[in-house]
Design a protein around this ligand. Structure first.
Ligand code: TTP
Ligand code: MG
Length: 233
């Protein structure tokens, strides 16, 4: 019912820009896996998260520096995250649909928020990032038409993070993952944190990879096929 209403009000086909879908969810929730699944269809350009850039900004591994010494490097890292995500938002494409792994919105509303709460961003550093974010939203083409929220339990993603063993993330404590989960929940699920005027499609992403394609199918059936995103598949 919700989706019928959603689809009839969105008029995606009348947008004079690509319809933009941002995939969100905690660290390790399966955003990259979901986008790899989407990539095999036509008609959509997929922007995976620019992690390689965060690991090598003119030779500096900013992700590693941020985790090792957040007090010193959180501002530097989040500034660069914002820039690289903005590049994906504004990149011109020829397909009618654009899929993003994360957005300037989750960088600001989840990570910058968390770093501010933890005192790793000083009030002036937070204000500068926030002013940049506000300017970007007003001046740049960062509109998102739908958020796909890969909803997970923090215990599940924490296990996945340990298993995939990204060098930079080895020191991330469970408490950090748990409170990032709560921030995602408040923003995208309960909608009590910041404004979320865009529809959210929530997928249960707790299952392991062998089972999760069934959940993805729900998204394909309810959103993609009805909007003829993947014509000819
Ligand atoms: P995620 O953006 O959550 O990407 P992922 O590849 O870990 O997720 P998935 O498994 O669902 O594909 O995080 C990538 C890393 O970057 C992670 O260590 C968190 C960090 N990060 C920040 O610290 N600040 C930010 O603003 C963003 C977007 C990520
Ligand atoms: Mg990823």
């Amino acid at each position: 019912m919700f989706f019928r209403r959603l689809l009839s009000t969105m008029h995606w086909s009348t947008l004079n820009r690509p319809c933009t879908i941002s995939v969100e969810g905690n660290i390790g929730s399966g955003k990259t896996t979901f986008l790899n699944h989407i990539e095999r269809f036509g008609n959509a350009t997929v922007f995976a998260e620019p992690l390689h850039k965060w690991r090598n900004c003119q030779g500096h591994n900013l992700l590693d520096l941020m985790y090792r010494d957040p007090k010193t490097f959180a501002f530097t890292f989040q500034s660069y995250v914002q820039l690289t995500l903005l590049e994906a938002h504004t990149c011109n494409i020829t397909t009618p649909f654009k899929f993003l792994e994360r957005s300037v919105f989750s960088a600001r509303y989840c990570f910058v928020e968390k770093l501010k709460r933890d005192g790793f961003l000083s009030p002036p550093e937070f204000s500068v990032l926030d002013e940049w974010f506000r300017w970007i939203c007003q001046q740049q083409k960062v509109a998102v038409d739908l958020f796909v929220y890969l909803r997970t339990d923090p215990e599940v993603v924490y296990e996945r993070i340990l298993k995939r063993d990204r060098t930079e993330e080895r020191t991330v404590p469970f408490e950090y993952i748990k409170s990032l989960h709560e921030i995602h929940e408040d923003w995208l699920y309960h909608k009590t944190l910041y404004d979320c005027p865009v529809p959210v499609f929530t997928i249960d992403a707790n299952m392991d990879l062998s089972e999760i394609t069934g959940e993805y199918k729900k998204f394909e059936n309810q959103i993609l096929e009805k909007n003829k995103i993947f014509i000819g598949v």
